[in-house]
Design a protein around this ligand. Sequence first.
Ligand SMILES: [Zn+2]
Ligand SMILES: [Zn+2]
Length: 100
Amino acid sequence: MSLTSHSAGYGLIVGPGGTEEEHDTETCQHCNSVWVTRSTNGDRVTHSGGKCMVCMQPICPKCIGQGCIPLEKRLDMLELENKLKIERQFDILESRNRIC
Ligand SMILES: [Zn+2]
Ligand SMILES: [Zn+2]
């Protein structure tokens, strides 16, 4: 039933009074968050979202204008940062040893 791309989801919520609310969701390819793109419930906050012109993937309102940093790249960067931190600590220890 989803109307948009592969990352889109579809949900149906049945309220206490038997009222049905249908909504479509998208998954942001930059931060992996999910937002509602359209809903039959007029009270629900919806956003059509955006599209990253670098990786051509759907992105959430928060990531619009943030530049392209796909999730995988972010994870790589985190790993690299941790590695650098460990190496730096090692350097500090070594230089201490040299002083003593
Ligand atoms: Zn995002
Ligand atoms: Zn991107």
